[in-house]
Design a protein around this ligand. Structure first.
Ligand code: ADP
Ligand code: MG
Length: 594
């Protein structure tokens, strides 16, 4: 046998290995995600090459990933039938840091260590192949590229500055194609070498890798064996009349054996054609993925093309996040981001949805982002910004769909849970006012128990009515009793009752709907389109002095005293100035509820 050749790691790799072995203790389990994603990449590459060079696939082996565990010795093997590596590729790929993501990781670890932060970064970055050393003392990589008929073995030990490469000559150890990693686990990490543990991790992190992932698993089947007859029981067991002679009866026993067990869904639901997926399947995926008990209110499955390409399934939850009334928090685990079907992260802080839409759940699978995309990359990425724009639009379509649904309860439920979010959207997202406004609901002077939409309001407007009238108050009762209402109700016009503290702010942010301004009826200068200038002059002459007298008596307590045609039965009313806060706003500011 040719002797193994020893190579020194590139300096960065040594530094990374040192970090991995000595400093990164949390989130060790990501090693499996990284290694499975490498296997999946290798299979992807081979599949791609096979399109133009079918001879690459000539060995007729299936494209898959197989994981075996040896709990007694603490060994995990991960084998793929992908592209493999030549000798030179082994040196280039597993001895240097080729990808900028890992280099970036190193840099941010250094920064965070200097800042005294913990090393939780690994969950976000992953450190690729080297993450094998999070749990392993020794890693052996046997690999065979279809470009060469030789098989090579790479071997690295934690805490050493070098690795070895040798050629494999043992026929018993020859691979048909691809790569087989053998991880010799550290003493404290031997717990990973259990089928159940691996299957759980696969489900968690790699469930939707598009190649089958098999784990070597002990199974059992029930087998019927013949035992001596027990005369009393024979009838009960349904022995046929024709068999009464038989002196034997059968008994069920479980036969144990080992076999490969498929551990992932090979076809992610979002890759399927929407027409072919049932609502039941979407709902099940939702419940499984987000650990929900109830079905979502709506879902939307779509693909985008053009500038940015991704597939997504979004959901509007049917209930509030459990035990939490706060639906307005950008930091959620509601969106699972995949890059080329490999799970990347569900830890977002407003990157994919603005905080008022952070209740939307779903999966997003991008082909445009790098696999090791970091928080920083996400925040700076132009691709991510374009993705956000599209996701937000789709979310609005979905919510609008609920509002148009025949089942009115659905939108009531939505509004009860997330109405506040829509109102907050009016404050925080001016670019989407057109999408937000039709979704809003308010109480009004017409039906006091029923919420109405702005479309309904506009439909009910009188021909001569130019604006959308509202009054902000503490409660429906106090809105109803406001003297400002008298004249408007007399004309049979509708007035919105804004009784949620955020209502008025939302409406003032919108300014108008369908070219009708929102007008606060408690403010001065309310024009109901019924001005009679001659009559006003007469009244002005008759009562002008009375007003001056009252203003004199009240002094600084009021800004002015004016004659108005707004009232029908009340003699006078206190109103806010045109540019001042409404009484309601003043009350809110005092209470600091906004
Ligand atoms: P990345 O996957 O981001 O490129 P890694 O550190 O995970 O970085 O892997 C480094 C390189 O090693 C890969 O780009 C690939 O060329 C090679 N490699 C790793 N695992 C495999 C594998 N199972 N089969 C073939 N090549 C692999
Ligand atoms: Mg990788």
């Amino acid at each position: 046998d040719p002797p193994a050749e020893e190579f020194a790691y590139q300096a960065e790799v040594s530094r990374l290995m040192d970090l991995i072995v000595h400093s990164l203790y949390s989130n060790k389990e990501v090693f499996l995600r990284e290694l499975v994603s490498n296997a999946s990449d290798a299979l992807d590459k081979l599949r791609f090459l096979g399109v133009t060079q079918p001879e690459m696939l000539k060995d007729g082996v299936d494209l898959d990933i197989r994981i075996k565990t040896d709990p007694e010795n603490g060994i995990i093997t991960i084998a793929d039938t992908g592209i493999g590596m030549t000798r030179q590729e082994l040196v280039d790929c597993l001895g240097t840091i080729a990808q900028s993501g890992t280099a970036k990781f190193l840099k941010s670890v250094k920064e965070s260590q200097e800042a005294g932060a913990d090393n939780n970064l690994i969950g976000q970055f992953g450190v690729g192949f080297y993450s094998a050393f999070l749990v392993s003392e020794r890693v052996v990589v046997a690999t065979k590229s279809p470009k060469s008929d030789k098989q090579y073995v790479w071997e690295g030990v934690a805490d050493s500055g070098s690795y070895k490469i040798r050629e494999e000559n043992d026929p018993a150890k020859m691979l048909a194609r691809g790569t087989c990693l053998t991880l010799y686990l550290k003493r404290d990490d031997k717990g990973f070498a259990h089928t159940e543990r691996i299957q759980k991790l696969v489900k968690n992190y790699s469930q939707f890798v598009s190649f089958p992932i098999y784990t070597w698993k002990e199974k059992g089947f029930t087998k019927e064996v013949e035992v001596d007859e027990d005369p009393v029981d024979s009838k009960k067991d349904g022995v046929n009349d024709t068999n009464v002679e038989k002196k034997k009866k059968t008994k069920k026993v479980i036969e144990k054996y080992w076999d490969w067990d498929l551990s992932n869904e090979t076809q992610p639901i979002w890759l399927r054609t929407p027409k072919e997926v049932t609502t039941g399947e979407y709902n099940e995926f939702y419940r499984n993925t987000f650990n929900e008990y109830l079905d979502p209110l709506a879902s939307s499955h779509f693909t985008t093309e053009g500038e940015v390409e991704f597939r997504s399934i979004l959901y509007v939850p049917g209930v509030l996040p459990s035990g939490k009334q706060d639906t307005i928090n950008a930091k959620t685990k509601n969106i699972r981001l995949y890059v080329k079907r490999v799970f990347i992260s569900d830890d977002f802080d407003g990157e994919l949805f603005p905080r008022y839409l952070s209740f939307v759940k779903g999966v997003v699978d991008s082909n445009d982002l790098p696999l090791n995309v970091s928080r920083e990359i996400l925040q700076e990425s132009r691709i991510v910004r374009m993705m956000q724009k599209r996701l937000v639009r789709k979310a609005f379509d979905m919510i609008l769909g609920i509002s148009l649904s025949e089942n009115k309860d659905d939108y009531d439920k939505f509004w009860e849970n997330f109405g506040k979010n829509m109102k907050l959207g009016c404050l925080e997202d001016h670019s989407n006012h057109k999408r937000l406004a039709p979704l809003l609901r308010f109480f009004s002077s017409h039906g006091e128990q029923e919420l109405i939409s702005l479309d309904e309001y506009v439909e009910n407007m009188k021909p001569e009515q130019k604006a959308i009238y509202y009054i902000a108050a503490e409660s429906i009762t106090s809105a109803k009793n406001a003297p400002f209402l008298e004249k408007i109700l007399e004309k049979d016009m509708e007035v919105l009752f804004l009784i949620d503290p955020i209502d008025e702010v939302a409406v003032t942010n919108l300014k108008s709907y369908k070219e009708k301004d929102f007008i606060d009826i408690s403010k001065e200068d309310l024009d109901l389109g019924d001005k009679d200038e001659v009559k006003e002059k007469e009244i002005q002459q008759e009562f002008g002095q009375t007003c001056d007298w009252i203003k004199n008596r009240l002094g600084e307590k009021v800004a002015s005293v004016q004659i108005s045609n707004r009232l029908s039965t009340s003699p006078c009313v206190l109103v806010s100035g045109k540019f001042g806060w409404s009484a309601n706003m003043e009350r809110l500011m005092k209470a600091q509820t906004i």
